[in-house]
Design a protein around this ligand. Sequence first.
Ligand code: NAP
Length: 283
Amino acid sequence: MAEIIDGKAIAAAVKEDLAAQAKMYEEKYGRKIGLAVVKVGNDPASEVYVRNKIVACGKTGVRSFSYELPEDESEEDLLALVDKLNDDPEVDGILVQLPLPKHLNEKKVLARIRPEKDADGFHVVNAGGILLGLPCTKPCTPAGIIELIKSTGADISGKHAVVIGRSNIVGKPCAMLLLAENATVTICHSRTVDLKSITLTADILVAAVGIKEFVTGDMIKPGAIVIDVGMNRENGKLYGDVNFPEAEKRAAYITPVPGGVGPMTIAMLLKNTVEAAYRCREN
Ligand code: NAP
C-alpha cells in the first residue's frame, strides 16, 4: 500500500515558517506583508479558492486586501485596479483569481501585474524565467508539487517523470521544474498516443488532466510517486484525476484529494508573497 503524502501537514509546516518570516518583516519594517486578492464574478469554485486563500493569509500574519468585482466589470476598470495595486506600497503580491469572465482578456490582465508582485507566478516574465532557469516567481501549484515529491525523500535526478497535462499554469511549468531537478521528463496531453505505455514507465507521475479518476491503477508503474493535481467537483464532492483506491495499491507514494496538492498551492502562494516582500526591501 502506498504511503500517503500529507499535503495538509506539509503545507502547515511551510506556513508556520512563513508566519515567523512575516512576523519578522512586520517587526523590522513596521507593517504587515500584504497580498491583494482580486475576484471578478461569481464562479462558485473561485469563491471557495479565494476564501481559503484569505483565511490562510490571516493565519500566516499576511494582510489580505480583498477585491470582489461584479461579473460585468469592464476590462478598463480591472486594469486600472491592477495599476493601483502595482503602485501601492502596502501590497507585496497581487493575485487575480482565474478564470475571469469571458469578456475579459486574461492574458492582458495577467501581463499588467508587475512581475515582482505576481504572487501566482503567471506573468510571462516569470513563465520565461522558469523556462530559462532564471530566478523568478514560480507558479504555486507546480512549486508545491516539487515540494511534495521532495517530501518523500526521493531523489528526482535521473527519474522518469511523466506529466499528464500541458496547461500554462500546471502541466508545462511543472515539467520545467522537474527538468530543473534533472528528471527525464515526458509531457502527455489529449493527442498523446498510447498514454498507458508511457505512464507505466513513470517513476514520478503527475496527473493534471481535469477528468475525474482518469488515471487507473493499471496505468501506474509499481513503486511510483503519484501526484494528483485534479480537483473535479461532482455533487459537492471533490475527486482527483487519479483513481485513488486502485492507485494506492500500486504506488509507493500518493497524494490524496483533498489534502494533497491543494493545500500546498496555497502555501506556495503565501511563500511567493513573503519572498516578494523581502526581495523588494533587499533590492
Ligand atoms: P486544463 O487547462 O484543462 O488542462 C488539462 C490538460 O489535460 C490539457 O493539457 C489536456 O490536453 C490534457 N488532457 C485532457 N484530456 C486528456 C486525455 N484524454 N489524455 C491526456 N491528456 C488529456 O487544466 P489545468 O488547469 O492544468 O488543471 C488540471 C486539473 O488540475 C484540474 O482538475 C484543475 O481543477 C486542477 N488544478 C488543481 C490545482 C490545485 O491547487 N490542486 C491548481 C490548478 C489546477 P490538451 O492540451 O491536448 O487539451
